[in-house]
Design a protein around this ligand. Structure first.
Ligand code: HEC
Length: 436
């Protein structure tokens, strides 16, 4: 932070007496902001389209940087501050915004390079550092330039010498533009139905969506993988206008056996039928927490029409708390949020999910122009409404209750699909009758 430099005056552009004013310089005032908040993505392997590592890099884009930081478009962070406290929140302080602006207005002075903070090294290309084990799809898969979206499964052997516990599984696509999302599953021979490893039942290790940033599980928490296990990637790929090869890599990070049981609760509603032009179509779901637990993370999923995402916990005593609020949902920045401190959810707490869709022509993300009626479906131009709350159990013996909750959720969704099919059938019949 600048010394003897008065921010408000400089921002207003009203010159102050020379005596107490020093124009901010890159190395003394700006480098630390950029290196701490931007370079983790804006480096050669970081996924952003250009680097922000050096004075030259930053000077070249000075004005644009003022704009994107003021608009809070960068650094990307969708959770509304004050509605749940998350680890690694990427939110610039007001002082930093003002400093950047003042630096650009002041002519983007370089200053003394000796005063620059150390430039971080991102040699391994992995966000979490060098993994303990890196595996890769056996062969590159060609995503054509055009055509329908593709759903593929790729089997990747792990060849573990012994059972392991993992703290994180980081996914690295070779063509981020061509990957819509990926579920990293673990499975083994005993669960395999077909000989090719594809007819399997597996367990979700990690999901990847654009903009997702993998984090380590908290202290004392890990997931087990067994000797003989292999990974199956359930990949949803999308032609990007340019033919590209995808040969995803996964980096695994090992740790110790867990001290507490980790599981998840899923909210889901696939009954949506959003009329063309409707800018405020609301979908919701709720569940009741079956036993005492601590929420450690939350993720939401919808596609391009999603505008606002809300999650709350209402406790047995009637009080309530925000679990997540996103006012400006962006399909490209779907984050798996981890709470700074676990949120205690006593048995009987109600979790509510609300997702608001905007299917009007005013939604810049709307894939259709003019807007069309949109329903639930797996393609990106269909919609979804899902939320996943990661929880640690207070008592291991409560695990079956959480498992039942997932099974019950699945049953409910199947029922929804059945009702929806009936409704559609009726609609088609009515149409046919009209023609007669
Ligand atoms: C989590 C990763 C990430 C972080 C952190 C990040 N960026 Fe970006 N940035 C991206 C990606 C990816 C793009 C390209 C896609 C887009 O424009 O949304 C981008 C685009 C940009 C653009 C171009 C915007 C445009 O309209 O073309 C600017 C300027 C930018 N970033 C500046 C910054 C600055 C300044 C910071 C830090 C204050 C920052 N970014 C932090 C990932 C990141």
């Amino acid at each position: 932070m600048g010394v003897g430099f008065s921010i408000p005056e400089a921002v207003n552009g009203s010159p102050q007496p020379e005596t107490d004013l020093r124009a901010p310089t890159y190395h003394e005032d700006i480098a630390s902001i950029i290196l701490d908040n931007c370079s983790s993505c804006h480096h050669p392997k970081g996924g952003a389209p250009f680097d922000l590592m050096s004075y030259k890099d930053v000077r070249r884009r000075g004005r644009q940087i003022v704009q994107v930081t003021q608009e809070r478009y960068m650094p990307p962070w969708k959770a509304e501050p004050g509605f749940g406290e998350f680890e690694g929140a990427r939110v610039l302080e007001k002082e930093s915004l003002a400093l950047i602006e003042a630096w650009v207005k002041g002519g983007m002075k370089e200053g003394n390079p000796e005063k620059s903070p150390e430039i971080p090294k991102y040699e391994s290309g992995w966000r979490l550092g060098k993994p303990d084990l890196v595996v890769q799809m056996k062969e590159p898969y060609l995503i054509p330039a055009e055509g329908p979206e593709l759903y593929e499964r790729f089997v990747i052997p792990l060849d573990l010498e012994k059972d392991q516990y993992i703290k994180a599984a980081e996914f690295r696509p070779t063509s981020p533009q061509g990957v819509h999302h990926v579920f990293i599953m673990r499975t083994n021979k005993s669960r395999q139905k077909g000989g090719d490893g594809l007819g399997f039942e597996g367990e979700l290790l990690e999901g990847w969506t654009p903009g997702a940033i993998t984090r380590f599980l908290p202290e004392g928490v890990s997931k087990q993988i067994l000797k003989g296990d292999y990974l199956v990637l359930r990949s949803h790929l999308k032609p990007s206008g340019k033919a590209e090869y995808e040969q995803s890599q996964i980096g695994l990070y090992f740790g110790d056996a867990p001290k507490r049981v980790l599981t998840g609760m899923r909210l889901h509603n696939n009954s949506m039928d959003i009329p063309a032009g409707d800018n405020n179509y609301v979908v919701s779901d709720s569940l009741v927490v079956p036993a005492d637990s601590d929420a450690i993370g939350i993720a939401a999923h919808c596609h391009y029409l999603g505008r606002e995402v809300r999650a709350t916990a209402t406790f047995p005593d009637g009080s309530s708390k925000w679990l997540l609020l996103i006012k400006d949902w962006d399909f490209n920045w779907q984050e798996h949020f981890r709470y700074k401190e676990p949120v205690y959810l006593p048995k009987g707490t109600r979790i509510d999910m609300t997702i608001v869709f905007d299917n009007s022509g005013k939604n810049p993300q709307n894939p259709f122009n003019p807007p069309r009626r949109v329903r639930y479906g797996g393609t990106s131009t269909d919609e979804m409404a899902i939320m996943y709350v990661e929880v640690l159990l207070k008592n291991e013996s409560d695990f079956p209750e959480f498992k039942n909750l997932l099974i019950e959720g699945k049953r409910k969704r199947k029922e929804e699909v059945r009702r929806k099919r009936e409704k559609l059938k009726k609609e088609m019949q009515e149409k046919a009758n009209k023609k007669d």
